[in-house]
Design a protein around this ligand. Structure first.
Ligand SMILES: N[C@@H](CCC(=O)N[C@@H](CS)C(=O)NCC(=O)O)C(=O)O
Length: 215
């Protein structure tokens, strides 16, 4: 039995998308970012820092989304270079890079969306994190120029960018990133991505673009 502890629009989308790509049966246990339930003893028994996702798998519960991607692809022996394979180092590197980028996206989500009242937001922090996000996007733009996928074929490394892809161009304009924008559109066109999206729930975002404040 596979059960995904999930919040819409969160890093658990990475796992949702991979489960769909692998064609594994699973159930979704929805949680909320805003109702306090991630801080309850019940949820913290699943994920001690009160973060999603967590996955119940084969009688165990595991947290940390990129570890879950590794575990599922090793269990299924698909959609990732296995230990010892030529692309393994690149696979691990891009999984970790996706998390570096996700941490910046999360900081911007907090600033632009979750912090209340709006005066609690920090224009300096938004500017800093937006510039840091752009740096990660430049790295992806260079890597994806002339490539279809993160590795030489579709893999869980692409799923690792699932949470990020919906966010990037809401914070940084797409003009300078044609390869990254085309990659995002290719990933969105995958049937498993579309199926995962129907399981996901409402988007966090109410705007197409969040402007960087001037002061
Ligand atoms: N490194 C963790 C990060 C998990 C994480 O921060 N998830 C966010 C949602 S994307 C969360 O649960 N936030 C709730 C909170 O910070 O209170 C992972 O990849 O699973």
């Amino acid at each position: 039995m596979i059960r995904l502890h999930h919040v819409p629009g969160s890093r658990s989308f990475r796992v949702l998308w991979l489960l769909e790509e692998l064609g594994l049966p699973y159930e979704v246990r929805p949680w909320s970012l805003t109702d306090g339930s991630l801080r309850t003893p019940e949820f913290r028994a699943l994920s001690p820092a009160g973060r999603v996702p967590a996955l119940d798998l084969d009688g165990e519960t595991i947290f940390e989304s990129t570890a879950i991607l590794q575990l599922l692809t090793e269990r299924e022996r698909r959609l990732a270079p296995q230990p010892g394979a030529a692309d393994r180092a690149a696979f691990l590197q891009w999984l970790a890079f996706a998390e570096t980028q996700a941490n910046i996206v999360q900081a911007l989500n907090i600033q632009h969306i979750f912090l209340r009242p709006p005066e609690a937001r920090s224009p300096a922090l938004i500017r800093l994190e937006t510039k840091r996000l752009a740096l990660t996007m430049q790295a992806l733009e260079a890597h994806l120029t002339g490539r279809e996928t993160i590795l030489s074929e579709f893999s869980a490394a692409d799923c690792a960018f699932g949470f990020n892809l919906d966010a990037l161009f809401r914070f940084v304009r797409a003009d300078a990133y044609p390869a990254l924008a085309a990659y995002r559109d290719r990933m969105r066109a995958r049937p498993a991505y579309a199926r995962a999206l129907t399981q996901d729930g409402d988007s966090l975002y109410s705007r197409d673009f969040y402007e960087m404040p001037n002061d």
